[in-house]
Design a binder for this molecule. Structure first.
Ligand code: SAM
Length: 288
């Protein structure tokens, strides 16, 4: 697949790359092959690919693994693949919104924790990252091509502007490893931003997460989202704003029990602080 061929395919079919669906197709076969190589796959593997597009990643994936389940939302692209038949027989194409995919069901069907690959449009990367966190028990790892700004948020340090909800929640369940940096020239049409391929390893859980005391994961997600809702506010005001039924006095007690200063800002707290806060809150309100 190269720039010219992609343009020809789209022109032949009267298709234009959809901005809404974030269609920036990978142009260079060597890059797609490198991403597949970096994922470290073998012939015994089944991989779920999200956002098949014209098949730039699907083809080297299908050559490297036993089976690919490819999910694509664009009916025009599904039709293209059904008519052209360029995808080999070990690829099962599914016409579906990836945000509706049942990862637990797919893991049961494919016989183990999922291996997921995707070159993701910006519009779905955030909701997909939350979905991966929610479905983490069904997922071994995900190798995702993300807009650089999104990737930066996954590995940010406390105190930086990139540090936020996803940084904290991912630190609790995944090892995040940047694998490859890609410039706009790697795609057609060229996006305005750089991309980074990132590996999220859910299995085994990261060492830092294994050292944490037990806590309610659902409560942690609510606490972290509440704390960052208005990131310039103090923890006391953010939490009392996000969760008004508890009142400032009780929030004051929870923060004191967790040893978190009420005037602290969410962006300065580490995962361990949020876990202490979650445990202190559970002590105050009982189980959710
Ligand atoms: N994997 C191909 C590649 O690397 O060239 C295509 C990547 S393109 C950035 C993203 C693909 O995801 C497009 O084919 C687009 O139609 C598809 N897509 C966008 N939103 C989707 C969704 N919610 N569910 C499934 N596919 C989606």
């Amino acid at each position: 697949m190269n720039d010219r061929r992609i343009k020809d395919i789209l022109a032949d079919r009267g298709l234009a790359p959809s901005k809404k669906l974030g269609q920036n197709f990978l142009v260079h076969r060597q890059t797609a092959e490198k991403i597949v190589r970096l994922a470290g796959l073998g012939p015994e593997d089944t991989v779920v690919e999200l956002g098949v597009g014209l098949g730039a990643l699907t083809l080297p994936l299908a050559a490297a693994v036993g089976r690919v389940v490819g999910i694509e939302l664009d009916a025009g692209l599904i039709r293209f693949h059904r008519e052209e038949g360029i995808l080999p027989t070990n690829v099962k194409l599914v016409h579906q919104d990836l945000l509706q995919a049942d990862f637990a069901g797919l893991a049961a069907e494919t016989g183990g924790p999922l291996k997921i690959m995707a070159n993701l449009p910006y519009s779905v990367s955030n909701p997909l990252l939350f979905k991966l966190i929610e479905s983490r028990k069904a997922i071994g790892w995900a190798v995702l091509m993300l807009q650089k700004e999104v990737a930066d948020r996954l590995i940010a340090l406390p105190g930086t502007k990139e540090y936020g909800i996803l940084t904290v929640l991912l630190a609790a369940c995944a090892t995040v490893t940047p694998l490859l940096h890609l410039g706009p020239e790697q795609f057609h049409p060229r996006p305005q931003v750089d991309s980074v391929v990132v590996r999220l390893g859910f299995e085994p859980p990261p060492e830092r997460a294994r050292r944490l005391p037990p806590y309610d994961g659902r409560l942690l997600r609510r606490v972290v989202k509440g704390a960052f809702q208005q990131r310039r506010k103090t923890m006391l005001n953010s939490l009392a704003g996000a969760w008004p039924e508890l009142g400032k006095e009780r929030w004051g007690r929870v923060l004191a029990a967790a040893d978190v200063p009420p005037a602290e800002r969410a962006e300065r707290l580490a995962l361990e602080d949020f876990v202490r806060l979650t445990r202190a809150l559970a002590g105050e309100i009982g189980p959710l």
